[in-house]
Design a protein around this ligand. Structure first.
Ligand code: AMP
Length: 175
């Protein structure tokens, strides 16, 4: 397909066509301009809506089946079955791009430390009725990493395209 005939893909206001590494009829998977950890990617419906509640049943199915498939690829690539899978659903929950997207962040032992809101959510403050829990319950590890880290720098289009090309090849191996 020539570049001219390739439909441009947008994530909110951003044109991200060359950074997309997987597509279905209803959604796509995108490498991240500012990954929190290696392999941090996004799954996004083509239709631009802000909230999970605005997805129709076909989109919900397609987005989450794609999340499963992309995570399978990341598991193989990063040799871990663990990942944070997160949605910031609206501005007040931390959403910065008003186009629904699901984060997938592979996790393995060396990167299980984190900080911020998700730490508290996973810790005792987030355990509603936690005081009633069995004292022997396991302690959570692998806290969710902070999503707004000013120290992270945006990657160039070239860097992102290179990673997208690599993940596209990896996806082809599990398809
Ligand atoms: P959220 O804060 O949940 O809205 O997440 C937005 C995510 O999109 C963050 O992980 C950003 O790093 C990522 N992001 C923003 N703009 C782009 C872009 N142009 N291409 C790829 N990822 C982006």
């Amino acid at each position: 397909m020539s570049m001219a005939s390739k439909a441009l893909i947008h994530f909110g206001p951003y044109e991200v066509t060359n950074e997309v590494f997987y597509k279905t009829s209803l959604c796509y998977a995108l490498v991240n301009i500012k990954p929190i950890l290696p392999g941090h990617v996004l799954v996004i419906p083509f239709r631009q809506v802000q909230y999970l509640s605005e997805l129709n049943p076909d989109e919900v199915t397609d987005v989450f089946m794609t999340v499963q498939k992309v995570q399978q690829m990341l598991s193989k690539t990063y040799s871990t079955s663990d990942a944070n899978i997160a949605i910031q659903n609206g501005v007040e929950s931390g959403q910065t791009v008003p186009h629904f997207h699901c984060h997938i962040i592979p996790r393995s032992k060396p990167n299980t430390e984190g900080d911020g809101f998700y730490n508290r959510l996973q810790g005792e403050e987030g355990n509603i009725g936690g005081a009633l829990w069995d004292q022997s319950r396991p302690k959570p590890v692998g806290k969710f990493p902070q999503l707004d880290d000013e120290d992270r720098h945006p990657r160039t289009k070239e860097e992102m395209k290179k990673e997208a090309d690599f993940f596209r090849e990896q996806m082809a191996m599990i398809d």
